[in-house]
Design a protein around this ligand. Sequence first.
Ligand SMILES: Nc1nc2c(ncn2[C@@H]2O[C@H](COP(=O)(O)OP(=O)(O)OP(=O)(O)O)[C@@H](O)[C@H]2O)c(=O)[nH]1
Ligand SMILES: C[S@@+](CC[C@H](N)C(=O)[O-])C[C@H]1O[C@@H](n2cnc3c(N)ncnc32)[C@H](O)[C@@H]1O
Ligand code: SF4
Ligand code: SF4
Length: 322
Amino acid sequence: MQDNHGRNINYLRLSITDRCNLRCRYCMPADGVVQKSCGEILRYEQFLQIVEAAVKLGIRKVRVTGGEPLVRKGVIDFLSRLSNIPGIKEVALTTNGLLLTEKAQALMDAGVKRLNVSIDSLQPETYAQITRGGSLEQVLAGLDAAEAAGLKLKLNMVVMNGINDQEVVPFAALSLDKPWSVRFIEYMPTIREKQWQNQLVSGADILCELQRHYSLKSISSGRYCGPAKPYRIAGAKGTVGIITPMSEHFCGSCNRIRVTSTGQAKSCLLAGGSLDLKPYLQQSAAELLKALQQVVGDKPAQHRYRLELEKDVPFSMSSIGG
Ligand SMILES: Nc1nc2c(ncn2[C@@H]2O[C@H](COP(=O)(O)OP(=O)(O)OP(=O)(O)O)[C@@H](O)[C@H]2O)c(=O)[nH]1
Ligand SMILES: C[S@@+](CC[C@H](N)C(=O)[O-])C[C@H]1O[C@@H](n2cnc3c(N)ncnc32)[C@H](O)[C@@H]1O
Ligand code: SF4
Ligand code: SF4
């Protein structure tokens, strides 16, 4: 479906849980966020009901995220059912990778062909510091398992000033030998981080740093592709990408809507406001479809985050799923 700004909306992101086995500093406060009760979280059947309606709207790609999607019980069976919904051409997953050693093959078998894995440092201590205790070794083993299972991999690194910005080049170097897409993400502000500007490393600075070390070629991005501007280092098997939500937003080509674990449909990641789908799930499929049409209709032309900075914006990345 086209939205009111001429954009084709074909991509749905589902945050299937607000729970997580990490507490990344840029995403959650140290004591975590107040968890929703089980009764508030949508059942898998309800997510499937939403996706079936969304297909009628023109949604073709679904990305499952969280919190950490792999901690939710029954996720593999859910993904398999999702992949089998007629009209869905691609099911992808964004994960912190901690549980991949045990789940990679099952994900592949369930029809997930693409995985985005968040990994913010290649130094064990820095990784543990950013994630508040995560094991880098476990994620690296998970990446090996994912590769062995044949999953296509993208890596997500949130670049933060003075924390991991010196690792941009070592991360990019991973793309030389691996067919991975290594993406550098600008830090986005959350309600917890008032001094966010101090952490932001702009996409332009990241690109500059990469160009000091490598010869980069801009390449075109694929179908249903996300927000990354992709490049290839000369001779590399994989690619690098830069995601610049703050310094150079990509709202003009936005193709997505979101549904949170409690059934709140959001027309934009960085704009307040959502529509509670729960009441519509009790009604007919036609009513649910109308509700989703309304969400697409509400999509803003672009986010206004810079303007809203002075206010406290209730924004929790882990509840929306990025
Ligand atoms: N501002 C903004 N940021 C987004 C949007 N979609 C994803 N991101 C951010 O981009 C980063 C990577 O997100 P992923 O979950 O890996 O998904 P993706 O890059 O959209 O996925 P692909 O389909 O693989 O390109 C995260 O930090 C997200 O929060 C968006 O629509 N707007
Ligand atoms: C919220 S996480 C959920 C999925 C999974 N737990 C993971 O970490 O990949 C989705 C993505 O959002 C990104 N993210 C979270 N907080 C962010 C922030 N403040 N700025 C930029 N990206 C952020 C994470 O790095 C991750 O790639
Ligand atoms: S970024 Fe992902 S892994 Fe880290 S706390 Fe947020 S939801 Fe959990
Ligand atoms: S900030 Fe909102 S409008 Fe812009 S790309 Fe992200 S979801 Fe789309």
